[in-house]
Design a protein around this ligand. Structure first.
Ligand code: ATP
Length: 529
């Protein structure tokens, strides 16, 4: 620390006393914590910085949100605005009217993939930036947040609790930097809204009403405390995941079932701006599947709850020979493409399947056929220290039992990797650096304690990152203890579940449905899945 300060002050004979060193060190820790939207003040046992110093540092968080070139933003905005289609312009006008007059309206922007939602958000954001207005762009998933300028996940931005119920509040204390940032915000954009549980929106709504009503009492009766909010997405895409939930549970968890929905002004974008004319028929058919209007087979055996069998154009179907792994291998031309996972082969293609077990089966097969030696990493599993059951139960469970446990979103005990294999992060590690749940990489080096990968998705594509093992626990466990697994937060991603691809742009998709249809559907279409 003394060395760093001497360099900063350019004064070699600078002498720092013990309390100064401690203060500078705390400032550095606070700066690092700001990057992850945390603060030393959250840890009562830690020495604290003086209030004035904290305030100055806090302002840097606000400044960070407004560090852009106003002239450039204005120029970009004018260009984008002039190219908006009629439907996009309608939404733009309504949102800007609400922002400029402080009307605090709540909008829902309903549009299938490719209809220009992100384009519209960018137009609005460039206008707000050029006017030095504040906005908070968030998305329900990390990967969708990466597509928004300065986007964050809604959970991290609003500190939404993981364990939500109908009375939940976000962990935002009045007077903190985050509370101040929210107070100054003119617009909140929440993309991929249909993916989030309605309790998440309601928790943010209640928290914002509380925060804003401290200065303006009428905010208590306004949705989101009187902030203009755009929720966007497509209800045909992934809905909130309710573990072991029924179809009714999923529907009940949707934002449409929230008291907030009554205050929503819904806009629809219909024109697909991504597709070329030739792909229009396929897009129209896909939308009709989502709408439930696609032609179906009348099958007597089908259970009412399972819906109907949609007729798929034979040109998209490949009949399975029975050996589905080999069929997939051949269909993806893996023999030629596996030898070296290139940007294109990883970023533009994916094998999608509904179940995690099938994903593992396909990934293992593909990895076995990738030239090179496989390296196996075993996790270190233990029981959480804070468990009330602790020592008495510890002797009941053998470590092999912990190793055998598998949870969604948790890496496996046995993780086999090869250089050249595509992997996907399964935890949000550093949103600002584009390292979030769903970021894809190609393994470039396999060390003893670290692995190195090259990012292939997002704005940081091409950059290498070194990943350590981290301790992970399943968010919700049915066991009387919390499993702590120390493992690399990654999984191989030749194949992935349909849910995992939400928000990813893919050019070529092979959809594998085992048992349900015994066929594979392959399609070539650039879209968000
Ligand atoms: N008005 C427009 N003029 C020109 N290009 C546009 C316009 N609107 C959208 N686009 C282009 O169309 C493509 C799809 O737009 P965008 O990504 O905004 O759609 P989206 O609705 O966000 O899709 P998804 O839900 O799949 O993310 C992009 O390449 C975008 O640049």
């Amino acid at each position: 620390m003394p060395y760093k300060q001497r360099k900063i002050f350019n004064f070699q004979r600078l002498h720092l006393e013990e309390p100064d060193i401690q203060k500078y060190t705390l400032i550095e820790i606070e700066k690092i914590m700001h990057q992850y939207e945390h603060s030393l003040t959250e840890f009562e046992d830690m020495p604290q910085l003086e209030v004035d110093v904290l305030k100055d540092l806090g302002n840097s968080l606000l400044n960070e949100e407004s560090r852009y070139n106003v002239q450039k933003e204005k120029k970009d905005h004018n260009k984008l605005l002039s190219s908006l289609n009629v439907q996009q312009k309608q939404v733009y006008d309504a949102v800007m009217e609400s922002v400029e007059n402080g009307l605090g309206k709540l909008f829902f922007l309903y549009g299938p993939g490719g209809t220009g939602k992100t384009y519209l958000y960018s137009t609005i954001i460039s206008e707000l930036r050029s006017e030095r207005k504040n906005f908070l762009p968030v998305a329900s998933s990390g990967i969708a947040a990466l597509l928004l300028p300065a986007g964050r996940t809604a959970h991290s931005r609003f500190k939404i609790p993981m364990d939500l119920n109908e009375d939940s509040l976000c962990h935002i204390k009045p007077g903190t930097i985050l509370a101040e940032l929210i107070e100054k915000t003119d617009l909140i954009i929440w993309d991929e809204a249909p993916m989030a549980h309605r309790y998440a929106f309601e928790a943010v709504d209640r928290t914002l009403r509380d925060l804003m009503s401290m200065k303006k009492s009428k905010a208590k009766d306004q949705p989101f405390g009187g902030k203009t909010v755009i929720l966007g997405g497509d209800f045909r895409q992934t809905l909130p995941v309710i573990p072991q939930g029924s179809r009714a549970d999923t529907v009940l968890a949707s934002i449409k079932q929230s008291y907030l929905w009554d205050s929503c002004k819904v806009f629809s974008l219909k024109k697909n701006m991504r597709l070329q004319e030739s792909q229009g028929n396929f897009a129209a058919w896909l939308l009709s599947v989502g709408d439930g209007t696609a032609p179906t087979n009348e099958t007597k055996d089908v259970n009412e709850d399972d819906g109907q069998m949609v007729v798929v154009d034979p040109k998209f179907i490949m009949q399975s020979t029975g050996d589905h792994l080999q069929d997939i291998f051949k269909a993806t031309n893996a023999e030629n493409k596996l030898s070296k996972s290139t940007y294109a082969s990883v970023t533009e293609r994916a094998i999608l399947t509904p179940r995690n077990e099938t994903v593992d089966e396909i990934n293992t097969y593909m990895l076995e056929h990738l030239p090179g030696t496989s390296k196996e990493y075993l996790s270190l599993d233990s029981m959480g220290k804070g468990d009330t059951v602790n020592t008495a139960y510890e002797s009941l469970y053998i470590v092999e039992y912990f190793n055998s446990l598998e949870f969604p979103g948790l890496p496996k005990h046995q993780l086999a990797l090869k250089v050249g294999a595509p992997i996907m992060l399964i935890r949000n590690i550093n949103q600002k650096e584009g390292l979030c749940n769903g970021t894809r990489l190609i393994v470039t080096r396999l060390g003893k304690r670290l692995i190195e990968g090259e990012r292939v998705t997002g704005t940081h594509a091409g950059q290498k990152v070194i990943l350590p093992r981290i301790i992970l626990s399943p968010p919700d466990s049915k066991h009387p203890f919390t499993l702590r697994r120390r493992q690399f937060p990654v999984r191989v991603c030749y194949a992935m579940t349909v849910n995992k691809t939400q928000g990813q742009s893919l050019k070529s998709v092979l959809l594998f449905c085992l048992n349900q249809f015994s066929v594979m559907v392959s399609c070539m279409w650039r879209s968000h899945v």
